[in-house]
Write a protein that binds this ligand. Sequence first.
Ligand code: PLP
Length: 409
Amino acid sequence: MALVNEHLMKLPDNYLFTDIAKRVNSFKVTHPKADIIHLGTGDVTRPIPQACAEAMKAAVDDLTHTETFHGYGPEQGYPFLTDAIVRHDYAQRGVSLTADEIFVSDGAKSDTGNIGDILRHDNSIGVTDPIYPAYIDSNVSCGRAGTLGGDNRWSNVVYIPCLAENNFIPQLPAQRVDIIYLCYPNNPTGSVLSKEELKKWVHYAIDNDTLILFDAAYEAYIRQPDIPHSIYEIKGAKKVAIEFRSFSKTAGFTGVRCGYTVIPKEVTAATLGGKRVSLNRLWSKRQNSKFNGASYIAQRGAAAVYTPEGKRQVREMTDYYMGNARLMKRHLDSTGLKVSGGENAPYLWVKAPKGLTSWQFFDHLLYNAHVASTPGIGFGPGGEGYIRLTAFGDRQECEEGMRRICRHL
Ligand code: PLP
């Protein structure tokens, strides 16, 4: 008899975006003529940069000729991409890494989930709250998160609150935690950490022998020059942090699929007996046993991000979304709503007025303004009383959505 992984069964069946779709669909049944503007989902809408598209077309051509055909590639990624990452994403920011510290993959969701394979099931974990739900979900499936309580909290997870009083900047936890997830720029609050703030976390990790899992999927949206793009800009971080990056939001690769994980050779964790083990070597083993590399075509596309045209086009695309964010923030501010984010991230975190819950405010906007948002409670208990709006839409739709919200608030 095959037995199932019962930990996975603990994950609630409801998936946030399915619940949203259900509510939107039932609204459509009763309001068939309503033209709904979607400002909720985190998917991008602009076409991929031309430089990436051309590189991928050329890569398809390569595959059609015997001399340039590529089959299985190196599991860690092609050197044309890992070298470009080291040079452009890190060396240019004063961070020294080698290509064998970069692991190219099919995206940050897989990597932030799969990284748990190289860590014991009984590590304690800490997450900032609210947060991108995939971090907790992936810990549920191996039992690390414990059980879900009536208060919507997992028993073995330390929730680190991000509160309006602190501008959604998390304070260090009072107790020690083995593994901490940080996501900056943050999904969903749109907040960022200054160098001073990030330094506190690196020092906490060094002092407490904590591993930081740093998700920088939105680094391309940072506009303030003094905000760190990588945790390795902080001295000592190479000993305690793994960093995740993605081409999804940088270059519109949500459908193409490509990202990478950085595991410096210095970063280690312990065996139960106290022996220190290189996580770079262990992740390499994990990838070699379960992953056959990201597609050659996607990697060629990703490498084009680092060409002069690619850089310009990526900037144009992210500027477009950040233009949406500015416009949305201006309108929402004018209504008196409390809004944060949107300056170094494509997300706006909006406090529900008059003590409404997340879902009540969601319904209010859907029924009155015909705008779909994302209820903050979907990102953890700390998200109750908020909604998230994203700047990934079309400019005219964003403007129209804002006009409608302003009219109805
Ligand atoms: N990390 C964060 C914080 C995200 O918000 C998302 C997607 O929304 C991802 C990772 C997923 O990235 P990818 O498309 O590379 O899997």
